[in-house]
Design a binder for this molecule. Structure first.
Ligand code: GLN
Length: 408
């Protein structure tokens, strides 16, 4: 038997380890997507994966239908349809006061997921380090590994009481920066905590980026989903950051079209050129007719965005007291559409066994907290709920959670 054959079973069903990339050995499958599969299997209400279960705006769907009808059915320009890039540049100036050249500084990708990995592949070399706040959206870990960089985690600490803010320790953040640091990944408003980084916090991060010559890669996909008068501040709008920031955003969350896969990066020209090259070879381009619909979406009136945020505020304010009543300790989100909860009151071994109980016996799918931490122990007392769902979906989940018997 040759060494290449070692590990093969007679039926050929066991794949030898040497066929696999070492990089892939360093991360597991997405727990968020796995919970959606489990929700379907057990007929559970899916409050795990963050996608709306209500219709997308009619105007946007019409724009997509029209584009298909008008035969916008072949590749768009690799780095994005001109109409969409123009609309992104226009709105970025209106919303953030940041002037962007749509010809040289925007790359449209297949969702912000591809945008993030394309960006990291475009900027990272082996040995580079990437600073990530944790808990973090699970993709950032594998994204860093795939791009050859080493993730370095800095803790966001949960608030003491329900109305407090998640905070980080300035000294711990500083310690994470050194001569190997290539970038910091920042997600504000934040998934999974709902934290909206304040100007003061962003200035602190800005100062470290300048001192250590580090790039900021900011995922701002929840920029319009804000509560309690919080303000979204884009890193690129801060003095000194325009030249060292990649701003990532997309249609998924703002326009309730997570399945369309249209996202984008805004970056200085040289970085954009690198991202465009990676994107071109990864996927060639995002769906052409949906990019035209994206241009229409970005032309929605201002009240569309205030209604979107208000709709999610109502859902948040409906779900949180119900979760508290069912025995969860909630950390009130200031943005995005997730709530992290503390499950200590239920006395389960860990978050995974609790989430399994919820999905199999109670009929509600959530995401175990450990999937947002490098060390699973750090998330063993937490689960995340997504509340981007119809009121009746949330009601049904609350009704089922009543069976938990954790309320006072
Ligand atoms: N961002 C969403 C979440 O955190 C969905 C992510 C995904 O599955 N692509 O649930």
């Amino acid at each position: 038997m040759s060494s290449r054959m070692r590990g093969d079973s007679p039926s050929g069903r066991i794949i030898a380890k040497h066929f696999l990339s070492d990089k892939v050995e360093h991360f597991t499958e997405s727990v968020i997507r796995e919970m959606t599969r489990q929700a379907m299997l057990h007929g559970a209400v899916n409050l795990a994966q963050g996608f709306p279960d209500f219709p997308a705006p009619a105007e946007i769907k019409q724009a997509a239908q029209q584009a298909v009808g008008a035969d916008v059915n072949q590749y768009a320009i690799t780095w994005g349809a001109k109409n969409l890039r123009n609309a992104i540049a226009r709105q970025t100036q209106i919303w953030q006061g940041v002037v962007v050249d749509p010809e040289k500084e925007i790359t449209v990708c297949c969702g912000s997921t591809e945008t993030m990995i394309a960006t990291l592949l475009a900027v990272c070399n082996p040995g580079d380090e990437v600073v990530i706040f944790e808990p973090y959206y699970e993709n950032y870990g594998p994204d860093s590994v795939l791009s050859g960089a080493k993730p370095k985690f800095v803790k966001l600490r949960p608030p003491r009481d329900e109305n407090g803010e998640w905070t980080f320790d300035e000294k711990e953040l500083r310690r994470a920066f050194d001569r190997h640091t290539k970038a910091i990944i920042l997600n504000t408003p934040n998934n999974p905590t709902g934290k909206v980084f304040s100007r003061e916090e962003l200035l602190l991060i800005r100062d470290l980026c300048l001192e250590f010559d580090v790039l900021a890669i900011t995922d701002e996909i929840y920029e319009h989903i804000l509560y309690d008068g919080t303000e979204h501040i884009s890193m690129a709008s801060l003095d000194g950051m325009r030249e060292r920031t990649v701003t990532i955003n997309g249609m998924s969350k703002t326009y309730s079209v997570t399945g369309w896969r249209v996202g984008w990066a805004i970056a200085p020209e040289k970085i954009t050129n690198a991202i465009r090259k990676v994107h071109d070879f990864l996927t060639v381009g995002a769906p052409a007719p949906l990019q035209e619909a994206g241009a229409a979406a970005l032309s929605m009136p201002a009240e569309y965005y205030s209604k979107l945020a208000e709709g999610y505020r109502l859902r948040r304010d409906h779900l949180l007291p119900a979760l508290t009543g069912a025995g969860f300790r909630c950390f009130r989100p200031r943005g995005a559409y997730y709530v992290m909860t503390d499950i200590s009151g239920f006395g389960f071994k860990d978050d995974v066994s609790f989430a399994q109980h919820l999905v199999q016996n109670i009929g509600v799918a959530v995401v175990p907290g450990s999937s947002f931490y490098r060390d699973p122990k750090d998330g063993a007392r937490q689960v995340r709920f997504a509340f981007c769902k119809k009121p009746e979906t949330l009601d049904e989940a609350v009704r089922r959670l009543g069976r938990l018997g954790g309320g006072n």
